[in-house]
Design a protein around this ligand. Sequence first.
Ligand SMILES: [Zn+2]
Length: 146
Amino acid sequence: MQVVSRATADRPTRRAKRSRCPHNARYRQQLPHPSTRRSVGFTCEGSLIERYTCCKNPNCRCADPEQRHGPYWQLSWKENGKTISRLLSAEDTAIYQEWITNRRRLDAALEQMRDLSRQAGEQILASRGRPFHGPTRPRQRRHSAT
Ligand SMILES: [Zn+2]
């Protein structure tokens, strides 16, 4: 006799639940190794900018610069040399914030790995009496808004 708890029987398995969404299925095929996904998560280009606005109604509280409407969050990114900005809903702002934080962590980790690899490469080849070939890496970190 098979014993299945009601909760388990009624709940779709994780696999079944995921496969229903065609986007998930499509992107899952292209995802990197699970350990990378767990440690980094999804990423997004651009940065969030806090905005306060004035509705131009002279009788509104926002006529006082200290009482403007907001905060609103704007996502900005560069595309073909131009800065593009879009206002985000409050609901989406948290999602974008997470993705952008993930991207910055990934960028920083990658940058660290490149520096470390360069140093290791130089040492490994020097120990064999050979020079390391490759471009000189800029030492300064990027802290730009992109
Ligand atoms: Zn106003």
